[in-house]
Unconditional design. Structure first.
Length: 263
């Protein structure tokens, strides 16, 4: 009787294992699909945190110490090279900041400052140099496109204004831009995220802000001036931007308004 009971139990266990194996085999594909859709859903949540600003501009209506746009790129590693591009429209004749990036160690990790209508001050790693650009031949104010590219290995700086490359210069050779940046548009930081000066604040419109963690080649920089920004989907050699106007992670502080572009 004991033997019969034992073998019956063994047969039931074997049958249960067989059915379990068949069930798992039948549902494995479904489980993989659930896992795949979960990953896609999580990816979409991340994408929804970013906003496409194609066809829009940031309007900075008045000078202040409280109006700016915080950019929030994902920067897991220090920058040994970069390209930063943006367009702006203003009638200011005084000094103003376009892009300011500070770390806890260095106020001006990256700074694009227009000192006068024909003079740019450029900072990388706390060091600076100046560029004199040709005066505008247009009558009155116009949208201006500026791109800054830097390579740590050589220290070479490129400044492009309206598709024109100015003479290359050298700055902060061997430096690495830190990762813990406060990155803002429209103000100049004299400390980590603070000490803003109203007389350096931007007033006007700004759009098409991009930052790559590489130096873009000249043909790509000329395309940006023509509003034909290279994308990884089309230009496989171009990496995804750290700061991408068509998928921007940002936060508006103070009196800055997001408006449709007029041009």
């Amino acid at each position: 009787a004991f033997e019969q009971t034992f073998w019956k139990a063994e047969r039931r266990r074997a049958l249960w294992c067989q059915r379990s194996t068949l069930w798992l085999s039948a549902h494995r594909d479904n489980m993989e699909q659930v896992r795949l859709w979960t990953l896609i859903f999580l990816g979409l949540l991340g994408a929804l945190a970013q906003t496409s600003l194609d066809g829009k501009v940031f309007v900075f209506p008045k000078s202040s110490t409280s109006a700016y746009v915080l950019l929030k790129p994902h920067m897991p590693e220090p920058l040994h090279q970069f390209t930063a591009c943006l367009r702006f429209y203003t009638d200011l004749t005084r000094e103003f900041s376009l892009l300011s990036c500070s770390s806890k160690n260095v106020d001006n990790e990256i700074l694009i400052l227009k000192h006068r209508p024909t003079v740019y001050n450029i900072y990388v790693g706390g060091n600076s140099l100046s560029y004199t650009v040709p005066a505008n031949t247009d009558q009155g104010s116009h949208w201006e496109n500026v791109c800054l590219a830097w390579n740590s290995t050589t220290g070479i700086i490129q400044l492009w204004v309206d598709g024109l490359a100015l003479p290359r210069k050298g700055l902060s050779k061997g430096y690495a831009v830190r990762t813990n940046l406060v990155m803002m548009l429209g103000q100049e930081q004299d400390s980590y995220g603070g000490r803003l000066d109203e007389q350096q604040s931007f007033v006007g419109e700004m759009a098409d802000v991009y930052i790559w963690d590489t130096v873009l080649p000249p043909e790509q920089l000329r395309r940006i001036w023509r509003k034909n920004v290279p994308t990884p989907l089309v230009d496989w050699m171009v990496p995804t931007p750290l700061v991408n106007w068509t998928a921007l992670n940002f936060e508006i502080k103070g009196y800055v308004v997001l408006e449709p572009a007029l041009d």
